[in-house]
Design a protein around this ligand. Structure first.
Ligand SMILES: [Zn+2]
Ligand SMILES: [Zn+2]
Length: 321
């Protein structure tokens, strides 16, 4: 089991004719169990109904996660990832089961069901103007605190589900690959004739999100991945740069164990641990980190996450049928 404590609060107090949201931060203890689960926190006070004898408005955090204890890896949704597993703050007047759902990702859920489905406790009414925005802000703050708290745990690998960064249609095309009758053909060529035996694999189908490693986490090459034409074509490193907003100027494992690093970099396919090996197509634990060419071509040494802690997580290595 894994435990962290997080605090979250509305950034501002908020008062409407029906309800008053309090600025006091709430602290909840979060315990994650091995496997795929939905976490539900204990209830905390988020406000009171001033017109109804100060009846308490309670809230609890709910989110889906996967914790792989053996691989010391936890996977949660990013704050803008509009998934049913994403974190939501569930609010309800004390003593009732009338719940509103304030989802961290603004585009997630169904407003009529989430915020207007009860007999009494509803947001988006003339008496609750702005309440949902404040409570959704709390949910977003809680998710950010959760991710930060997980990243601060030594030795834990934290994967955050996201959508790929915005890339130009041109770069997007360069990330498409073609399979014919299940056999990898290479990069998609604009204008190429494709038939029913062909399958085009998009970046969305292999992209899982981001991964965060502790300083000194050991990793090694995925043997065989240098055949991926997207490596030589620099497309993976550009994607890494688009994701993290900086172009790498040093090898992640710079001079580790006296290794003589190069000055040009690729987005290398890596796995955690100290031994390079092949990975089956479809593996969900291959990552992209910026490494130098000599490191990328050397399967006899392992590396450590020293200069960069964040990489791209591929949920479906090589993808394809
Ligand atoms: Zn990070
Ligand atoms: Zn290097």
């Amino acid at each position: 089991m894994l435990s962290v404590k997080i605090s979250f609060a509305p950034h501002v107090g908020h008062q409407t004719p029906l309800v008053e949201l309090v600025e006091t931060p709430s602290t909840v203890e979060i315990s994650l169990e091995d496997g795929a689960h939905t976490f539900q926190s204990e209830d905390v006070d988020v406000g009171k109904f001033t017109a109804f004898g100060n009846r308490r408005l309670l809230g609890r955090l709910v989110f889906g996660y996967v914790y792989d204890e053996a691989r010391h890896t936890v996977t949660v949704c990013g704050t803008d990832f509009a998934s049913a597993d994403g974190l939501r703050l569930v609010t309800f007047p004390a003593g009732t089961e009338e719940c509103c759902y304030h989802r961290a990702a603004g585009s997630a859920g169904f407003l009529a069901d989430d915020l207007m489905g009860n007999r009494h406790w509803n947001c988006r009414t003339p008496l609750t103007v702005g309440v949902d925005e404040v409570l959704r802000g709390m949910a977003r703050a809680a998710n950010e605190s959760l991710i930060a708290a997980l990243k601060s745990l030594p030795g834990l690998i934290v994967r955050v589900r996201t959508t790929p960064p915005e890339i130009s249609p041109d770069d997007y095309q360069k990330l498409l690959v073609v399979y014919r009758d299940g056999v990898f053909q290479g990069l998609y060529e604009p204008g190429a004739e494709l038939g029913p035996q062909d399958e085009v694999v998009t970046i969305e189908s292999v992209w899982g999100g981001t991964v965060h490693f502790s300083v000194g986490e050991a990793f090694a090459n995925v043997i065989g991945s240098t055949n991926d034409p997207r490596i030589a074509g620099k497309t993976w490193i550009n994607l890494w740069a688009d994701q993290f907003g900086v172009y790498p100027n040093i090898c992640t494992s710079y001079h580790f164990n006296g290794f003589n690093c190069g000055t040009s970099f690729v987005g290398g396919h890596i796995i955690t641990g100290t031994v390079a090996h092949t990975m089956p197509k479809g593996s969900d634990s291959v990552y992209i980190m910026p490494i130098c060419q000599p490191h990328n071509h050397n399967d006899n040494v392992f590396m450590e996450a020293l200069e960069y802690q964040d990489g791209i997580w591929l949920k479906d290595y090589l993808g394809g049928p």
